[in-house]
Each structure stands twice: as structure tokens, then as C-alpha cells.
Design a protein around this ligand. Sequence first.
Ligand code: GLY
Ligand code: MN
Ligand code: MN
Length: 366
Amino acid sequence: MNIFEERLSTIRQKLDEWEVDGVLIGSDSNRRWLSGFTGSSGQLLITPDAAIIATDSRYFEQAQNEAPAFTLFKHRRTKEDNQKLFETAGVAKIGVEAQYTTLAAMSQLRKIEGVEWKPLPRTVEPLRQLKTEAELRQIRAAAELTDYTMSQVNQLARPGQTEQELAWELEKTMREAGADTTAFTIIVASGPNSALPHHRPGDRVLTLGDPIIIDMGAQLGGYNSDMTRTFYLGDGPSDQFWQVYNLVLGAQTAVFFHLRPDANCKAVDKVARDIIHNAGHEEHFGHGLGHGVGLDVHEGPRLSPLADEEATLAAGMVVTIEPGVYIPGWGGVRIEDLVVITPTGFRRLSLCPKLPIIPIIPICNS
Ligand code: GLY
Ligand code: MN
Ligand code: MN
């Protein structure tokens, strides 16, 4: 059995638990994870006896090549084909992905005769959280590209450059090093903009004395990485910069002592949150401590006050640990590492050092 046949078999075993006769999977990452199909459009219909991939003519050949465990249904995007697809499967009650099925798509599905639909809050997402060795190799390779790109910041960042210019230099570096693409638009947030956790790089000019948050990831073979470092432009960081930097670094380090299988996700978040709150920055750390990373940059598990009470870490999960402190008008510090949970603890996948200073070296014309 190859990995896709194994995943298919696992999903079939879930049908009883979900109280459905079949399941329809149309979201990009779930579809890819289950079938291997990398196209941008298609539906998997899985029942105890059938595994169908329905897609349009742009993808007939690709779907057959990439998803051999599935039978191709050539969908011409007509109502008749829609009806035929579900008649072929011959099942009465089908689960749909509640998080990804739009109202428009649902209203089309409701027109199909003889099928009852059951929204499923989650389908394969919990299974996707546990990475295989092959997935870990991809993520590790994507993390290495991110480490390398971040290591070039000292050479690339300089006063007078705009945030956008630095982001483009970094993107080029990452692509030239081998990334398929970036995992998301690279964040370069300088000076007061670094108080905005997801600032989009703009035309602000980097200036000596700026805190600069750089958050980026590479995508490789569909898998992502995600890492943040905060820098100080110049070699004499202010006392405030060091205070905030060391607080965030201390919060992240404290979390590392709690990462292991069965650790409660909410409790892990609280380790960092308590440290930052107790230092008087309760208002300045609004986002969660971390999230899973894989085919999606943001996937389960979430490490956050909003995590399910009973959610725990498990060996094979890949998560970010990214505490931050954001002070409006001044700036911010975020430090983010990607880690994999192992049977005995965790291993860091982000290995780039955390030296926050970008020295400005004068060019000597002797
Ligand atoms: N780059 C977004 C994040 O760190 O979650
Ligand atoms: Mn990030
Ligand atoms: Mn992240």
C-alpha cells in the first residue's frame, strides 16, 4: 500500500464515525494530502467502494498521473455531470467540508437528487497534523532555505532602502536558493511598522535605530516553512530594544522546556503569555503563540488561548513558537521558530541564529 492508499483506507474507516456513506473533499490542501493531485480544482468523492477524482479538462491527464489511487471522472462543469457523479457513487448521505464549502457550492449540491448532505466541521485536518518522514523532509528543506535567506539579512539590509526593496531582495535570494515560491508575502516591518504583526512591506525607508521584523517562509514541494527574526539596524540597540528583545526571547526559551507529546496546547501558550503579561505587556501580545505548518502555512494544532481545552501535542506535529510584543508608536519584536515534536520532546527546524544586530560597516577608502 502506498501512502495515498493508506490515507484512503483511514478515511474509509472514519465514515462510520462521521455517520455518512461517503465524503466529498474539495479544498486544495485536503485534496492534495489525500490524493497527491496538485491541481487547483477538483473534488474527491470517497465511499466504501469508490474513490473518484472529478475534475475538468485542464487536469484530466494530470489527475490520472498524480492520483492513481482514484478513478477519474471527467467533469464538464454541467448540472448533468454533477448528477451523474453522485449517481455513479450510489450513496445516500455524503459529508461535506463545512469550513470550505461556500453557500453557492452548497446550493448547487442541494439540487442533486437523492443525496442528503452532512456538514463535517473537520475531515482530514486532524490527520494532516501528524507528518510522515517524507513530509518532514520537505518541511526541513523548506526551513533550511528560510534559514539561509535570513542569514543574508546582514548583507542585504541597509539604511535608505525601503521595506519593499528589502523584501524583494530576500524573495530573490530565497528563489535563487531553490524555493518553489515564498510561503506567503514576506513581512518586512520597520520602525513603528514593526508594531503591526502582519504589516505588508511598503515604501517606508529603513533608518538607523529601527527595529525590523522579518517574517518569511519558503515553499517546497507544496510544503511550507515559517520563521521570524527581529533585528536592530545599527550596532547600538537602545535599552528598550534590549528589554523587549530579551523578554520575547526568554518567553520563547521557556516554552521550549514544555514541548513534548501530550503537552496541552493551551497550557503551552500560557507559558509564554504569563511571562509577557507579568512583564507588564498584557496588551502587547494579541496573537496566539503558534500554529501547525504543512501544506498550509497555518494549520492545526493551534497553540493559543483559543485552542480546544483538551488539544495536546503529539510526536510528528510541526508547529511554530512565535511570541511577540508590539508597542504602538514604538515598534515590536517577534521571534519565531519552527519545531517538530518528537517522542521525547522536540527538535528545532529553524536553526538561524538570533543575533539581532545588523552592523553598519563603513567602507574605508584608504
Ligand atoms: N507569517 C505569519 C505567521 O507567522 O504566522
Ligand atoms: Mn511567520
Ligand atoms: Mn507563524
